[in-house]
Design a protein around this ligand. Structure first.
Ligand code: HEC
Length: 204
């Protein structure tokens, strides 16, 4: 059969329509409003996760000292984010390029892309919310900067000879023999939250 140019045109239009509508195995294409909702959800969860971790660590620092709090983080940081992950049906992680816990590595192509965007945002004071939303098939990835926002962070991530007490350093080196997460100054970028959500899930 020879197709007239009019018919081929029509077929092409139909094929491209089908591709747009039925794209990628029923994965929802996010509208601008969807993206705003996923960003808001990520902001909410990361804020709660940050506050929970911080409150607990500072409580232990105050009652038992920084060295004991390292031990607390060692045992509890990942289980705590895991519990929050379960509560929200998402996957919550903290990633960094200078690691204390090797499980928190920046690994995937999207992680690297987000990290580069967040580093650029840190240099731009006009960007107040330093967060990024990326999609891969049905997975939505929310990332947010974790700066060393308060002086207390330096007790465990600051300079070895001044900010970190000898006793604390001893515990850090014992628990994390390959630790790279020291030498920071207040305000610097320490890492990023990563929250994995599902594109097809309704947020309401
Ligand atoms: C009492 C010591 C202590 C304090 C204070 C502390 N941290 Fe940490 N931090 C740790 C330990 C220990 C780990 C490794 C936790 C683990 O095993 O998952 C860690 C891990 C991290 C990570 C994950 C990346 C990695 O290197 O494994 C980030 C991000 C981080 N801390 C940011 C902060 C920020 C921001 C503050 C201040 C708000 C802070 N920390 C205060 C001890 C501390």
């Amino acid at each position: 059969m020879i197709l007239s140019s009019d018919m081929t045109d029509r077929i092409l239009v139909m094929v491209s329509l089908l591709l747009t509508i039925g794209c990628s195995d029923g994965v929802k294409q996010l509208t601008q409003a969807d993206k705003q909702r996923f960003l808001a959800k990520g902001d909410e969860i990361s804020t709660i996760a940050q506050q929970t971790l911080l409150t607990q660590v500072l409580q232990v620092v105050q009652s038992q000292g920084a060295a004991r709090a390292v031990d607390y983080c060692h045992v509890n940081a990942i289980p705590l984010t895991d519990t929050l992950s379960e509560n929200y049906s998402v996957i919550i992680q903290r990633l960094s390029d200078k690691l204390r816990n090797p499980d928190n590595e920046i690994q995937t192509k999207l992680d690297k892309q987000a990290w580069n965007q967040i580093k650029a945002m840190m240099r731009d004071s006009a960007v107040t919310l330093k967060h990024v939303l990326l999609q891969e098939n049905k997975n939505i990835y929310y990332y947010k900067a974790i700066p060393l926002a308060i002086p207390a962070c330096l007790m465990c991530h600051g300079k070895k000879n001044s900010d970190i007490a000898m006793e604390t350093l001893k515990v850090i080196e014992e628990k994390y023999p390959h630790d790279l997460a020291t030498g920071y100054e207040q305000g610097q970028l320490r890492g990023m939250w990563k929250i994995q959500m599902n594109a097809n899930e309704s947020l309401y």
